[in-house]
Design a protein around this ligand. Structure first.
Ligand code: HEC
Ligand code: HEC
Ligand code: HEC
Ligand code: HEC
Length: 148
């Protein structure tokens, strides 16, 4: 009985442990254009501005990394950890994908979580202008290989 309860607790706890990041290269398999675009952005280099010590300092990695062992601001920093939504049969169904943790990326809280008043910058962060720069990162026509 106790063992059963434990299993139930583990199953219930599973979504909480879903903070599993698969890395931008995995997304690139189906989102080649988005990946190519992302590589040109400051987000893809965000870990490189840190010294080796800072790369392990949570005070810096909270914004300059996506997760432990996932440097830079990768896809999943904005779209949510991909462990449960990346399989093709989930991704083709946007409602299912959302339920599995996919985020549009455009929620203001996503950007504002790192682009806070504490972050350095010559100009204050202009959310609307910054979001507009995101618009062209994947043209809607991008064929996703997993679609078939
Ligand atoms: C197996 C192929 C595959 C993989 C791997 C994959 N995707 Fe997708 N993705 C798709 C397909 C297919 C769609 C739906 C068609 C489209 O919008 O291109 C989609 C749609 C999306 C969308 C748009 C959802 C919407 O609102 O319409 C986002 C955002 C996205 N994927 C992000 C990611 C991220 C981030 C990763 C990596 C963690 C990833 N995908 C991995 C195939 C994949
Ligand atoms: C609250 C989120 C946040 C934290 C925490 C943070 N940064 Fe940043 N950092 C940013 C943002 C956002 C930018 C880009 C600002 C801009 O260009 O408008 C940035 C820019 C930088 C830059 C300039 C990069 C360039 O391309 O010129 C350096 C260097 C830097 N951060 C180092 C650090 C170090 C070292 C730490 C830890 C002590 C740290 N940051 C902690 C958000 C953060
Ligand atoms: C996980 C933290 C994080 C998230 C989430 C995040 N950013 Fe950033 N962003 C950074 C860091 C760190 C830099 C600085 C990278 C560097 O220069 O090394 C940066 C740089 C940028 C830059 C380049 C700065 C410039 O002045 O050219 C833009 C634009 C930007 N972010 C827009 C956005 C938008 C829009 C969102 C939300 C859709 C977002 N960011 C979400 C951490 C984040
Ligand atoms: C800094 C945050 C951020 C990062 C990093 C990021 N995205 Fe996005 N993504 C967004 C935002 C915001 C949108 C919504 C753009 C819009 O339509 O306004 C979006 C939209 C998308 C879409 C849907 C586009 C469409 O055609 O409807 C896909 C697919 C996608 N991203 C995949 C990726 C992949 C793959 C990566 C990594 C290689 C990535 N994104 C990195 C913020 C981000």
């Amino acid at each position: 009985m106790r063992a059963l309860a434990l299993i139930a607790v583990c199953l219930l706890a599973a979504p909480a442990a879903a903070d599993e990041y698969i890395g931008a290269e995995q997304c690139a398999a189906c989102h080649a254009e988005a990946y190519a675009w992302w590589k040109t952005t400051a987000h893809a280099r965000a870990g490189r501005v840190l010294s080796p010590a800072e790369q392990r300092d949570p005070r810096c990695t909270s914004c300059h990394a996506t997760a432990i062992d996932q440097p830079h601001v990768q896809c999943e920093a904005c779209h949510g950890p991909g462990q449960h939504y990346w399989p093709a049969f989930v991704m083709v169904d946007v409602h299912l994908a959302r339920a599995a943790g996919l985020r549009s990326g455009a929620e203001p809280a996503t950007c504002n979580g790192c682009h806070t008043a504490d972050a350095p910058g010559l100009r204050p962060f202009d959310l609307a202008a910054a979001l507009a720069k995101m618009k062209d990162h994947t043209p809607p026509t991008t064929p996703a290989k997993g679609a078939e």
